[in-house]
Design a binder for this molecule. Structure first.
Ligand code: SF4
Ligand code: SF4
Length: 113
């Protein structure tokens, strides 16, 4: 079986934080402990008073891709992927996700060691 990872299509991430909460509940992480964080980045548009919001997911070293959840067969998806508010996260083989990433203008691919 090949190495697994998570692809996040940032174009559709709304910053809803459902992935953060799902991860905390799955892993019992307390205050200050996270498997994933969503960073909000606000940039001002050139020659305009309007601003643009970007949401950048960061997987912390605590993320193990929900190894236990997957190993026990409780689910085929990590908790964050299952509860993503816009279904913009995908779990699978790194090679397949890398191929899919080529079609997406704004995406990140994560895989722990
Ligand atoms: S894969 Fe599991 S451990 Fe990693 S961020 Fe998602 S819910 Fe948390
Ligand atoms: S649950 Fe999905 S849409 Fe919501 S912040 Fe996380 S990655 Fe973005």
């Amino acid at each position: 079986m090949g190495k697994k990872g998570i692809l996040v299509d940032m174009y559709y991430c709304t910053g809803c934080h459902a992935c953060e909460i799902a991860c905390k509940q799955e892993n019992g992480f307390g205050v200050g402990s996270w498997g994933i964080r969503i960073n909000e980045i606000i940039t001002k548009k050139p020659n305009s008073d309007r601003v643009h919001f970007d949401y950048l997911p960061y997987f912390t070293p605590q993320c193990n891709l929900c190894a236990e959840r997957i190993a026990t067969g409780e689910d085929t998806k990590p908790s964050c992927v299952k509860h993503c508010g816009t279904a913009c996260m995908r779990y699978g083989e790194i090679g397949e996700l890398a191929e899919e990433m080529k079609t997406k203008p704004r995406a990140i691919l994560y895989s722990p060691l």
